[in-house]
Design a protein. Structure first.
Length: 326
């Protein structure tokens, strides 16, 4: 069969792509025009195809190497690339910063500018940045209310949500958002809500006592799955920003301490709604990391997570860029 290049493949919108990969102990290379990863099986080498036209994010974990030709093909197909430790965390990227989120994005000079122009029109106004941050949080709450309700109706997941308790948490957060006067208020309120959600999801799944460990510091499965799942969410958030032409540094909430803060802002839109319950459900079922990852990716696809992120960014860009407040 003749060799082919990514430019000859049918373009699939990023929001409709099905695949995210975490690879370890393998080599990533180009073979016969295809990007493949190679694993060792005794004296044999096994070659596995990566369908780059239908892939959004590649995480390269422990024991991996990649050729320049493979990176070039990823760039042509618009696949984001990240280097990480074992189990998907922590994310190292390509520099010495080990606690930041710095995705290697395809360098296209023809990214859209519409949303970047809208973003810049409000980003230097502190009040409008706060309005945008609150708007993201409202999308977060809408997704939380909708998706947890749907998860509760999936019998195989065993996630009995108390609507009264969940609504009480959401309403409390909404009330505090109304009175937030700066980003610190939003972050403090967000931390309070997240603790309440941890408590609620423990009740829903019967997990028992839980304490959220710092990144990479947890030994229990729920903490490990949360770290792993969050990085997959960050990969999708980075993809959403890249698709719309927004630099990761133009954050509205998390940007003071992390230069890739916009990725965190966007990931928040779905982390509580999808990653949080999936991590505890998998921990209670005794899933392996691979089983958890597949369960989470399936939920990402089922609930159109990337579409939700892109729609949220578009809405914030359009509304925060208007003269009148949100």
């Amino acid at each position: 069969m003749d060799d082919f290049s990514p430019s000859e493949l049918k373009t699939i919108l990023h929001s409709k792509r099905a695949n995210l990969y975490y690879l370890q102990y393998c080599r990533v290379l180009v073979n016969g025009g295809r990007v493949e990863y190679v694993t060792e099986a005794g004296k044999e080498s096994l070659y596995w195809n990566i369908p780059i036209a239908n892939t959004t994010v590649i995480l390269l974990g422990t024991g991996t190497s990649i050729t320049q030709a493979a990176v070039r093909e990823f760039a042509k197909a618009g696949v984001l690339l990240g280097f990480c430790g074992g189990g998907g965390t922590p994310l190292f990227a390509a520099n010495e910063i080990q606690t930041d989120v710095e995705w290697l994005t395809s360098q296209s000079e023809y990214r859209p500018t519409e949303y970047l122009q809208q973003w810049c029109s409000f980003w230097f106004d502190e009040q409008k940045r706060l309005d945008a941050a609150i708007h993201f949080q409202r999308y977060r709450l809408d997704n939380l209310r909708e998706i947890w309700g749907k998860l509760a109706r999936q019998r195989e997941l065993d996630f009995p949500v108390s609507n009264d308790r969940l609504n009480a948490i959401i309403q409390s957060f909404e009330q505090r958002l109304e009175h937030a006067s700066n980003s610190t208020d939003v972050l403090t309120t967000e931390a309070t809500m997240t603790k309440a959600l941890y408590k609620q999801v423990c009740l829903n799944t019967g997990y028992g006592d839980f304490v959220r460990a710092k990144q990479g510091g947890g030994t229990d499965m729920a903490n490990r799955f949360l770290d792993h799942g969050n990085y997959l969410a960050y990969g999708l958030a980075a993809t959403a920003c890249w698709v719309l032409g927004l630099p990761h540094g133009l954050a509205v909430l998390h940007g003071k301490t992390r230069r890739g803060g916009l990725v965190f802002d966007v990931a928040d839109v779905i982390k509580d709604a999808v990653v949080l319950p999936c991590a505890f459900i998998s921990a209670m079922k005794g899933d392996s990391e691979q089983e958890f990852r597949q369960r989470l990716i399936t939920l990402f696809q089922q609930y159109d997570v990337l579409d939700r992120m892109i729609d949220a960014i578009k809405a914030v860009a359009e509304q925060a860029g208007k003269k009148e407040p949100l």
